[in-house]
Design a binder for this molecule. Structure first.
Ligand code: PLP
Length: 451
């Protein structure tokens, strides 16, 4: 069944569109009410890392519901939350962490920003009142998280009511910004220097924190940093007394082939925000990991974090997320991501390397992106009016493929792209099905917009 706009009481994001009704999830597939199968090659938006209907997660969630669904953390702690926090702290790079659980990614980033401000205040650095982040980024849709997001399109309607004390610096985007004769190392230093310049212009003791996605997801389409970039960012943050927050809401939890994406960059940030793959879609859950020494500063200072939400440490959400971690371990899934990610990259290259309208194929692990261009030699984007991303999505759904196309940036600097984030259980055959269906959908959309 397809729900027509005038036959639904749901407030869908796009009020003029019709949506098929999803009824069942089976492994890498979602089935609608007509029985049509869709290969879920983007996990919605990098959420469903274990695919659908995983028996061990269902069992863990049901068992927790039978015991106790929820107990407010103002009164109690609970075992799934404690064990999950222990597990994440043990697995995160660089020592001990404290974990603050939330309900999603925006809340996680919102909380990281507030934590950073409070830590600076505990240090007597009350003059610090600015956040720094990057252009073309996305950190969430609550007002604070949107304020640090650099995506012009997502900010536009709300610009006048966003936090004013935010400065945006250049991203690290090799395909578009690395010079032809420039080494990756030199480019990484140049990209990071943009932060140095901005924080210098801001003046001493004004910056609270810098936030960035380890691998840029929704806005640019799986853009990894060049080697060395984040080490330089870490150095600049330390030099200026800014905290470093890495947003791994999309890129974390094994998606890139290591549990935390930043492990591959050899850096330890001060905070890491997580969501999506943490609950794998079985439960809505997010988290902020904060380095133990920083949590200690609050403990030995005012004693409590001056923020909170009703569903912090929700027992059922944590039980689901804990089971996700157990399945990762038992099935060696993070190593599998690295392996299948290489196969996916090769399959995409085999299909698209000579395609006249695919400018770049990139990413890490099972987090990949292809960028579409009107002309490859000049990397010219298709005009926004062509609506290419939307057309790809429509054709993909017709072809039984869920992928995540997005329009290029509003300023026309980069092209439309398709984000691909399949479940970690994807098979070789399904990689073939994914690339076939994607190629057909991309070609059908391009045929409609080519003059
Ligand atoms: N941060 C990143 C990098 C994201 O990709 C997203 C969502 O797409 C968010 C934050 C916001 O998360 P949520 O939609 O769970 O609020």
């Amino acid at each position: 069944m397809t729900r027509q706009p005038n036959r639904t009481r749901m407030f869908h994001r796009d009020l003029r569109k019709s949506y098929p009704e999803a009824q069942e999830g089976q492994g890498a597939y979602i089935l609608d009410t007509t029985g049509k199968q869709y290969l879920d090659a983007s996990g919605g938006a990098a959420v469903s890392c274990l695919g659908h209907g995983h028996p061990k997660i269902l069992e863990a969630v049901k068992a927790q519901l039978d015991r106790m669904a929820f107990a407010h953390t103002a009164f109690f702690t609970n075992s799934p939350a404690e064990t999950l926090a222990e597990t994440l702290s043990r697995k995160a790079p660089g020592g001990d962490w404290r974990v603050y659980f939330l309900s999603g990614g925006s809340e996680a980033n919102e909380t990281a920003l507030k934590l950073a401000r409070q830590i600076q205040r505990e240090r007597g650095q009350d003059t610090r009142d600015h956040f720094l982040s990057r252009r073309f980024s996305y950190h969430g849709n609550t007002l604070g998280a949107l304020s640090v997001s650099g995506s012009v399109g997502r900010r536009a309607a709300f610009e006048p009511i966003l936090l004013p004390k935010v400065r945006h610096v250049e991203p690290c985007f090799a395909y578009r910004h690395q010079g032809e004769d420039e080494t990756a190392k030199a480019y990484g230093e140049r990209a990071a220097a943009s932060l140095q310049t901005e924080v210098g212009a801001l003046g001493d003791e004004r910056a609270i924190a810098f936030i960035a996605e380890t691998v840029v997801g929704a806005t640019l389409g799986a853009v990894p940093p060049v080697p060395g970039y984040f080490k330089e960012i870490r150095r600049i943050c330390d030099e200026h007394g800014m905290l470093m927050i890495l947003d791994e809401v999309m890129s974390g939890m094994g998606r890139t082939g290591t549990l935390f994406a930043c492990e591959q960059d050899g850096v330890v940030p001060d905070m890491i925000s997580l969501a999506k793959g943490l609950g794998a879609g079985y439960q809505p859950i997010g988290a902020v990991l904060v380095r133990e020494e920083l949590a200690d500063e609050i403990e030995h200072g005012s004693g409590s974090f001056l923020s909170g939400h009703t569903y912090i440490g929700h027992a059922t959400a944590c039980a689901g997320a804990l089971a996700v971690q157990q399945v990762f371990e038992e099935d060696g899934l993070v190593a599998r991501v690295a392996d299948m990610g290489e196969k996916l990259q090769q399959a995409l290259e085999a299909r698209f390397a000579d395609h006249p309208h695919i400018g770049d194929i990139r990413g890490r692990g099972l987090f990949r992106g292809v960028e579409l261009v009107a002309a490859r030699e000049h990397k010219t984007p298709f005009p926004a009016t062509a609506g290419l991303a939307g057309r790809i999505k429509t054709h993909a759904m017709e072809n039984g493929l869920i992928c995540y196309p997005s329009q290029g940036t509003a300023d026309g600097v980069n092209g439309d792209h398709v984000l691909i984030a399949p479940p970690f259980i994807i098979t070789d055959d399904q990689v073939g099905e994914l690339t076939d269906k994607l190629a057909r959908s991309v070609d059908a959309a391009i045929t409609e917009v080519e003059p």
